[in-house]
Design a protein around this ligand. Structure first.
Ligand code: CP
Length: 315
């Protein structure tokens, strides 16, 4: 089934066929991104608004680049210079943005549920660029695109996700996406950093990273989200790093072709050592690059684009 939706709020409610359609479309946009002229006219005349209420380096810039490569007009809305700081409500701010005739709104917010709320009150397509501890669907898509590119499949792979799973929207989107695509997902972390609803997720749980990495195809490290923790959930960063950090001695226990991933921003020396972050098995920079094609695919398909249109552009 092709992807025919107005909004992208999360991967939880997508079918495997819809995810495959998004990944196949992203693959076609990757080949366009490798050309000298990287632009196609698909979104000419449309306006994409980046509405970021939380900081971002990778997601905001790659959405901007993705929209520009599709020839859309792009507005970057910065909360720090807006009237939000004067007490304007979220919905009034969003309605003001839409009065500028936006077609698509890419939203990041520290509160889970904001993209869903906006999809109920605005006419524009809403794309979730990360909401609280809920989901970060385009990160999940770019991660699956990176895995599929390197391993030529997702089904049957063992993916170890290690770190602060409880507070991670990246982990949640990857768990939903990867399990739907047939990967075997193992979560690793101290019990206090594992999600409370773990029983309803189709995953295994381990507390020993050294054991978990042994037969892993993908090792996905997560940052500790101190900004979302209300109290101390482990004794010290130093102890956390000793038990749950990925350094060369732990990576040596894994298969030589195991991929190392991280969504960024990284805390080098905490969850991942600098040597591992920069090693040959690390695909962290590929993840960032693939973010452009994944986000082009999302914008293109939500705007009603068809696969044969990309073929006509040579993708
Ligand atoms: N991975 C990710 O969401 O990074 P940014 O916070 O820099 O967008």
């Amino acid at each position: 089934m092709p992807f025919k939706r107005k909004h992208l709020i999360g991967l939880e409610d997508l079918t495997p066929e819809e995810i495959k359609s998004l990944l196949d479309t992203a693959e076609a946009f990757k080949s366009i991104s490798n050309r000298q002229v990287k632009k196609v006219p698909s979104l000419r005349g449309r306006t994409v608004v980046n509405l970021f209420f939380e900081n971002s380096t990778r997601t905001r810039t790659s959405f901007e680049l993705a929209a520009k490569r599709l020839s859309a007009d792009v507005i970057n809305f910065s909360v720090s210079t807006s009237s939000v700081s004067k007490g304007e409500t979220l919905i009034d701010t969003a309605r003001t943005i839409e009065a500028l005739e936006s077609d698509m709104v890419v939203v990041r917010h520290s509160c889970s549920g904001v993209p869903l709320l906006l999809s109920n009150v605005l006419r524009s397509s809403i794309i979730n660029a990360g909401d609280g501890m809920h989901e970060h669907p385009t990160q999940g898509l770019l991660d699956m695109l990176t895995i599929r590119d390197k391993k030529k499949k997702i089904e049957g792979l063992k993916v170890v996700i290690s770190g602060d799973i409880a507070h991670s929207r990246v982990a949640r989107s990857n768990i939903y996406g990867l399990t739907k695509m047939g990967a075997k997902v193992t979560l690793v972390g101290p019990p206090t950093l594992l999600p409370k609803d773990i029983d309803r997720l189709d995953v295994k749980v381990e507390n020993d990273l050294r054991h978990a990495v042994k037969d892993a195809d993908v090792i996905y490290m997560l940052r500790i989200q101190l900004e979302r923790q209300k109290r101390s959930l482990f004794p010290s960063i130093r102890e956390y790093s000793m038990f749950f950090g990925l350094d060369e001695s732990v990576l040596k226990l894994a298969k030589p072709d195991a991929m190392v991933m991280h969504p960024g921003p990284m805390n080098r020396g905490v969850e991942i050592s600098p040597e591992v972050a920069d090693c040959k098995q690390s695909v962290i920079n590929d993840q960032v690059t693939n973010g452009i094609a994944a986000r082009m695919a999302v914008l293109f398909l939500l705007a009603g684009g068809e696969a044969n249109e990309i073929a006509a552009y040579g993708g």
